[in-house]
Structures are given as structure tokens and as C-alpha cells.
Design a protein around this ligand. Structure first.
Ligand SMILES: Cc1cc2nc3c(=O)[nH]c(=O)nc-3n(C[C@H](O)[C@H](O)[C@H](O)COP(=O)(O)OP(=O)(O)OC[C@H]3O[C@@H](n4cnc5c(N)ncnc54)[C@H](O)[C@@H]3O)c2cc1C
Ligand SMILES: NC(=O)c1ccc[n+]([C@@H]2O[C@H](COP(=O)([O-])OP(=O)(O)OC[C@H]3O[C@@H](n4cnc5c(N)ncnc54)[C@H](OP(=O)(O)O)[C@@H]3O)[C@@H](O)[C@H]2O)c1
Length: 419
């Protein structure tokens, strides 16, 4: 890596040549690619807008969070979880694991560098990645130039805040689930939790456990599954069945077993989608809820299930069934979205929603050295398999280039000297 600098009164700019890929994002996906590239002997640079690795886990998740899947399905390549970790590691244990992972593979991201744009330069046949330093007082910009670009900014990069009539006039506190830490400060409060995904369910449960009064908005339908079936993780059970059976049969079996374990949940206002849970995940990316206790609180009416919202006013919410609820606080557990369209100037590989166009398992490799990791809607295990593929692919070309470079000066180096 070498760099050129220039300064004017307000902005300092640097241009950095990276002899290897630039990885955007130091979450689990970016770290997984880093470790696999180390294995291949390929140097790389990781750019991270936050001041730490795994910022989603460190800064934007609630305290009671645990992995919902058993640890063997969440480990990153080349390093299993420690034996003494429980089957479902806590958020803190997962962060500790990621910290040791980064240390073990000597992955040292450039923190506080937010990628503003990335564009393929056809003339030079190289990627130009522009960042802004977010840490210091003076504005500093850096341009990285590289042959490969790995997008690892995550499926959950930005919060989704829906536009709901009157929300701006609501007089109480409104926060997104990514800013919710614990129910401690809501004791005795009437809290409206908007959304019934894994976040909405777990935030509602946490509020209950802190003696708050949550009402959870379920505007459409949701698959709630037990976290375990016959003492085995539901996910593991489904993965096992899918080796032999088509998805629709696995869905049917899961729903029958769920009915035996949970009974009819529709009577509590939790309508099931007409498509099965795995098929829904595969086709629409909607994750089923793995229940970790919220359902019991819904049955006991400690969590009230309410229908969609019509409008907010000062201290109340009007629901689509015409009922009004007095509330003190609103937690928007309304999900997340990718931020790729905001910075990647490319429209072939990535679609408008910030996910690769090609369905799994083909969404990891684009053209001209572009890669995506962690966009398969298959959580951490999906990211781990993307990472291994990407590193192998880059490693092959890198080694070929290295051999050629021994014989001649490559064309892109000549191009850089003209920039
Ligand atoms: C509450 C919650 C719980 C979850 N629990 C699980 C679970 O138990 N199991 C599971 O498999 N999945 C879970 N997920 C899904 C989660 O997305 C993955 O676990 C994992 O964090 C994905 O890793 P990632 O590296 O792809 O994305 P992220 O963890 O989101 O990391 C992306 C990184 O990129 C950085 N970044 C973004 N934009 C830029 C930019 N422009 N420039 C520079 N850096 C940038 C971000 O700061 C971030 O550090 C959960 C998600 C949430 C919200
Ligand atoms: N421990 C864990 O493993 C864990 C914990 C939390 C989250 N996660 C993961 O993190 C990701 C994000 O989960 P999430 O729960 O934050 O988001 P999500 O799964 O996208 O759920 C968003 C919820 O908000 C609802 N919603 C959106 N706009 C609404 C509106 N205007 N009015 C009413 N409801 C509205 C959606 O309803 P509709 O369905 O009707 O659109 C949905 O129920 C998922 O992959 C999830 O599995 C994992």
C-alpha cells in the first residue's frame, strides 16, 4: 500500500493504492473475508465507518440479545467458538469472539472511515473508493484505488423508520429498536412496540420483564416457531430435513410440529402467512420469529397484540380497528435496510434495494472484481460461506498476477502513476 497526499485550507485528500482488495465494513462478514484472505496470503484493507469492529453488535443491539441459532451455525471460517461458550452465545460473548477473531488474524480496520462512493474506472480497470474520515474535527478525504472491491456493509446497515401519520406530533419518546438497550428505564410505562419480527418480539418481552406495559403492533402476518423442537434447534432440524426433502414438505412438517408445541397462535392475533416459513424466507427474505419467551407473555396478555396503526396524536395512537390507546413511548422495531445504493455506483450486480440481483448461491461475485458478502439472507452461516468463496477467487487471480509481475511491470501500475 502506498499513498500520495495533498492539502488545502479545509480539506486534506490522500490517494492510496491498495495491493489487494478493499473490504467495506468490519462486521462479521468483513472479518470473515479478512481471515480467508490471510489464509490465501492476499493483503487487504478494511474500511469501517464506526470506531470499532462489529458496530451493529456493539452499538445497535439490546442488552438481552443472544444468538438465536446454535453456535456451530454462527461461527466464522477458520476459528470455532470456544468450547466453554453456551449453545446460544450472548451478545457479549459473540463480541468477545469477534474481537479475538480480528486479533488472531491480524485484521486491523481503518476505523472512522465512511465510504462515500465507489466506482469502477473503465479506463484504468480499477475501483476508486472514496471515504470521509468521521473521527477528527477537520474534514479529510481519502481515495483508495484497488483491483477488487468487497462489499460487506450488511443487510441491516440502516434503520427503517416508516412514515406514519402524526408520528412527528407524538409527545412521548420515539426510538428505533437499534437504540433500545433495556426495559429498565421504561418501568411502569405504556410502550407501543411497532413490528413483530425477532426485534419486536424480544423488545416486548424485555419490556415485560422490566414491568413496563407493552402493546405490540402486528399489522400483517408472522411465522412464530419454537427455538427448539424435541430438544434440538429448529434451525438445525430444518437444515437436516432439507437434505432429503423439498422445502414445502419441510415447511409443512415444521408447522405441524409447531402447532403441537404452541397450539393455535392465531387466537392471540398472530396470523400466519399463507406461505411456509422457509419458503417465505427464501422468496421474500422475511425471517421467521424464533420464540424465546414472548409467546408466553402474549398468552398471559402481559404483551398485548394490537392491529396496524392509523395515526398518532399527542399522547395516543389510533389503530386500524378504530380503538385508541394511550401510550408514553413508541419503539419502532420496523427493521433495517442495506445502504449499498447510497455509495456504490453500480447498477448491474446490485439491485435498487441494495441486495445482489442474483439469487443464492450466485450473489457473491459480480463483474470487474466486485464481490458481496453477507447478503444471502442466511445470517452468519451465509456470510461464512460467501467469505471462503470470495477469498479463493481473489487468491487465485492474485497469485497469477504475482507471478506475472515478477516478469513485467503491470499495466494498472502504469495507470496509477498518471492519476
Ligand atoms: C438485533 C439483531 C440480531 C441479530 N442476530 C443474529 C443472529 O443471532 N444470527 C445471525 O446469523 N444473524 C443475526 N442478525 C443479522 C446480522 O445482520 C448478522 O448477524 C451480522 O451482523 C451480519 O454481519 P455483516 O458484517 O454482514 O453486517 P454488519 O454486522 O451490519 O456489519 C457491517 C459493517 O459495515 C459498516 N459500514 C456500513 N456502511 C459503511 C460505509 N459506507 N463505510 C464503511 N463502513 C460501513 C458498519 O458500520 C458495520 O460495522 C441480527 C441482526 C440484528 C439487527
Ligand atoms: N437474536 C436474534 O437472532 C435476532 C434478534 C433480533 C433481530 N434479528 C434479525 O435481525 C433482522 C431484522 O429483524 P427485525 O425484527 O429488526 O426486523 P424485521 O424482521 O424486518 O421486522 C420488521 C417488522 O416491522 C413491521 N413493520 C414495518 N413497518 C411497519 C409499520 N409501518 N407498521 C407496523 N409494522 C411495521 C413489519 O411488519 P410486516 O411484516 O407487516 O412488514 C415486521 O413485523 C432479521 O434478520 C432478524 O432475524 C435476530
Amino acid at each position: 500500500m502506498f499513498s500520495l497526499s495533498s492539502n488545502d485550507d479545509f480539506i486534506s485528500r490522500r490517494c492510496v493504492w491498495v495491493n489487494g482488495p478493499v473490504i467495506v465494513g468490519a462486521g462479521p462478514s468483513g472479518l470473515a473475508v479478512g481471515s480467508c484472505l490471510r489464509e490465501q496470503g492476499v493483503p487487504f484493507v478494511v474500511l469501517e465507518k464506526a470506531d470499532c469492529i462489529a458496530s451493529l453488535w456493539q452499538k445497535r443491539t439490546y442488552d438481552r440479545l443472544k444468538l438465536h441459532l446454535p453456535k456451530q451455525f454462527c461461527q466464522l471460517p477458520n476459528m470455532p467458538f470456544p468450547d466453554h461458550f453456551p449453545e446460544y452465545p450472548s451478545k457479549k460473548q459473540f463480541i468477545d469472539y469477534l474481537e479475538s477473531y480480528a486479533k488472531h488474524f491480524d485484521i486491523t480496520p481503518q476505523f472512522n472511515e465512511c465510504v462515500q462512493s465507489a466506482k469502477y474506472d473503465e479506463a484504468c480497470r480499477l475501483w476508486r473508493v472514496k471515504t470521509v474520515l468521521t473521527g477528527g474535527s477537520a474534514r479529510a478525504e481519502v481515495e483508495y484505488i484497488c483491483q477488487w472491491l468487497v462489499v460487506a456493509t450488511g443487510e441491516n446497515a440502516e434503520r427503517v423508520v416508516p412514515e406514519i401519520e402524526g408520528l412527528k406530533e407524538f409527545s412521548g419518546e420515539v426510538l428505533h429498536a437499534c437504540d433500545y438497550k433495556s426495559g429498565e428505564k421504561f418501568t411502569g410505562k405504556r410502550v407501543l412496540v411497532v413490528g413483530c419480527g425477532n426485534s419486536g418480539m424480544e423488545v416486548s418481552l424485555d419490556l415485560c420483564n422490566h414491568n413496563a406495559k407493552p402493546s405490540m403492533v402486528v399489522r400483517s402476518s408472522v411465522h412464530v416457531l419454537p427455538r427448539e423442537i424435541f430438544g434440538k434447534s429448529t434451525f438445525e432440524f430444518a437444515v437436516m430435513m432439507m437434505k432429503w426433502l423439498p422445502v414445502w414438505i419441510v415447511d409443512k412438517i415444521l408447522l405441524i410440529l409447531t402447532w403441537f408445541i404452541m397450539g393455535n397462535i392465531e387466537k392471540y392475533g398472530l396470523k400466519r402467512p399463507s406461505i411456509g416459513p422457509l419458503e417465505l424466507k427464501n422468496t421474500q427474505g422475511k425471517t421467521p420469529v424464533l420464540d424465546v419467551g414472548a409467546l408466553q407473555k402474549i398468552r398471559s396478555r402481559d404483551i398485548k397484540v394490537v392491529p396496524g396503526i392509523k395515526r398518532f396524536s399527542k399522547g395516543t395512537v389510533e389503530l386500524v380497528n378504530g380503538k385508541n390507546l394511550e401510550i408514553d413511548t413508541v419503539v419502532l422495531a420496523t427493521g433495517y435496510c442495506s445502504n449499498v445504493p447510497y455509495w456504490l455506483q453500480e447498477t448491474e450486480f446490485f439491485s435498487k434495494n441494495g441486495f445482489p440481483n442474483a439469487p443464492f448461491p450466485n450473489g457473491w461475485k459480480g463483474k470487474a472484481g466486485l464481490y458481496a458478502v453477507g447478503f444471502t439472507r442466511r445470517g452468519l452461516s451465509g456470510a461464512a460461506s460467501d467469505a471462503a468463496r470470495i477469498a479463493q477467487d481473489i487468491g487465485k487471480v492474485y497469485k497469477e498476477d504475482l507471478n506475472q509481475k515478477k516478469q513485467k511491470v503491470p499495466s494498472h501500475r502504469r495507470c496509477i502513476s498518471q492519476l
